[in-house]
Design a protein around this ligand. Sequence first.
Ligand code: MF3
Ligand code: CO
Length: 250
Amino acid sequence: MITRKTHQEIEAMHKAGKLLAACHNEINKRIRPGVTTKDIDHFVESYLKMHDALPEQKGYQGYQFATCASVNDVVCHGFPSSTPLSEGDIVTIDFVVNLDGWLADSAWSYAVGDVSAKGQRLMKTTKEALYRGIEQAKVGNRIGHIANAIETFAVAKGYSVVRDFIGHGIGDMIHEPPHVPHFGPIEQGPVLEEGMVLTIEPMLNCGTYHTFVEEDGWTARTIDGELSAQYEHTVAIANQGPIILTDQDI
Ligand code: MF3
Ligand code: CO
């Protein structure tokens, strides 16, 4: 069953989302060559603590960290590591904030120093694909409108869209129905109704969309070793149009 959140519940999730966005702003200031994703993970954990919030991913299905940190060909769910980031890396930081029991989820890809033109174009296109999807997140549309808008845009730009990981409903749990794929026909999935809250989180690859998961059980990489980027927002469906609960200005 897809739950529809009340105005108060969406307001509570928006508070979590604003805190998450503010934290991404701080991460943006800290990402540079030489910094480790463990440093970023610790920063996020202490930032959330300072603001009376919890890193919901820590302990989720055995996941050990506050954040996922996915570098270059890592598609998602990379472990924060003590290897310093290098000039030219692309790193996606993904985390879920729990504030007073309500959640928000957002991932952002960051350039580490000067990134190649190829990497910059991938990042820009992935971010734009996210916003193409969000535009379709309106009452009366189907999940398929979101999925199809993202895939059509990405493919036209020469990228593939990851199929093994998708968006989801979210509320007081990280993963709720419905599934939110970022590919496929318009006709798929349920019709969107006021009060539904979804994550939209496309991962775009320079090569094929195929991924594999490392022996650690989490780290997902492109099978061809090509670059991958991801941007994710938590979005509420409202009569006046989509409300981005994790909106930010970076
Ligand atoms: N934030 C992730 C998402 O976008 C969820 C990661 S689950 C974890 O769906 F266990 F890896 F943290
Ligand atoms: Co996420």
